[in-house]
Ligand binder design. Sequence first.
Ligand SMILES: C[S@@+](CC[C@H](N)C(=O)[O-])C[C@H]1O[C@@H](n2cnc3c(N)ncnc32)[C@H](O)[C@@H]1O
Length: 305
Amino acid sequence: MSALPPESSESEAGDPLGIRYPNTARIWNYHLRGKDNFEPDRKAAAAVNELFRKMGVPSPRDTAVETRHLLQRMVDYMLGQGARQFLDLGSGLPNMANTHQVAQRAAAGARVVYVDIDPMVSSHASALMGGSGVITLQADLREPEQVLGNPQVRQLLDFGQPVGIIFICVLHCLWDKEDPWGVVRQFRDAVVPGSYLALSQMTTETHEQAAQAVFQMTQDLHWNTPLISRSRAEITRFFDGFTLVEPGLVTPAQWRPDLDNPLRDRWGDDVGDDAPALKVVIPEPSQEVDRSTWNLCGIGIKNQP
Ligand SMILES: C[S@@+](CC[C@H](N)C(=O)[O-])C[C@H]1O[C@@H](n2cnc3c(N)ncnc32)[C@H](O)[C@@H]1O
C-alpha cells in the first residue's frame, strides 16, 4: 500500500470549512448514526458500504460501533488500574458515553483532554463536553508539542502521574512519511512509567484487498485524510517502550469482552444534566458479521527506564 501523501491538498482551496469533500470525522459520525455530516460524507460512506458489501467484509458501521464499545472497555480497564487522567487523541465528534463520561462515572475527579484537528469536532466538543476536569483542544497530533506544550493541558494534567494516552482509530489517518511511530514516541516520552497507551488501528491482516481498495477510495474521492491499514508488525512497533497487557494485540471483539461496558447499562442510570444532548443510541455490535474486523488493538504500560 502506498503511504506517501499528495503534494498539496486540493480540498483546502476555496473550502475553508472542508465540506466539499468527504471528511473522516463526519463519516465516522454518520456510521454511528449521528447528524453532524454532509452530503459528500454520506455519499462516501455509502460508497464504502457498497464496496465492503461486495467484498463480503464487515460493514464500516459495525466497525465503528465495535470501536465505541472498545473505547469504553479500555477506559474502564485503565481506571481499574488506577489511571485518573486521559489524553484522547483524534477523539472524534461527541458520541454516546465519551471518555470523560466513562471515567467520571467511576472516578468523579478524573480529568480528560480531548484533541482533534477538525474544527467541527472542536466546536461540537466544546459545546457538549465541557465541565469540570475536561478540556477540548483543536490541535494536530502530528505536532505533539501543540498538545504537550499547551498551558491549559499542563494545568489540567499532572505529568508526574500516570496518563492514559488514547489513539483509537486515528493513526491510520497518518501517512508513513508523517512518522506516526515518532508521534506516539513523543507522547510516550512525555509521560511517566506506569502510564498507558490504548490504541486501535486498521490492519491489513484480516482483509488485505479491501484495505487497499478503501485506501484507494480515500484518494479518489479526496477524503481529508487517508485510511492506511498496517501490518501486525507495524502496529506492534507503536508499543515500543510499553509492555502489552493481556490479551496482547487482538481484534476489538477479542479485547477483554467481559469487562464492564458502560454502554450496556449506562442509560438506566442517573447520568446528569448533559446526558440528553449526548444520547445517541448505539446498539450492541451485530452478532451476524464476522467479528474479525478491521482493527488490531491493545493496551501497553510504559516500561520503567
Ligand atoms: C475515525 S475517527 C475516530 C474517532 C474516535 N477516536 C473514535 O474512536 O470514535 C478519527 C478522528 O481523528 C481525527 N484526526 C485525524 N487526523 C488527525 C490529526 N492529525 N490530529 C488530530 N486529530 C486527527 C479526525 O478528525 C477524526 O475525528
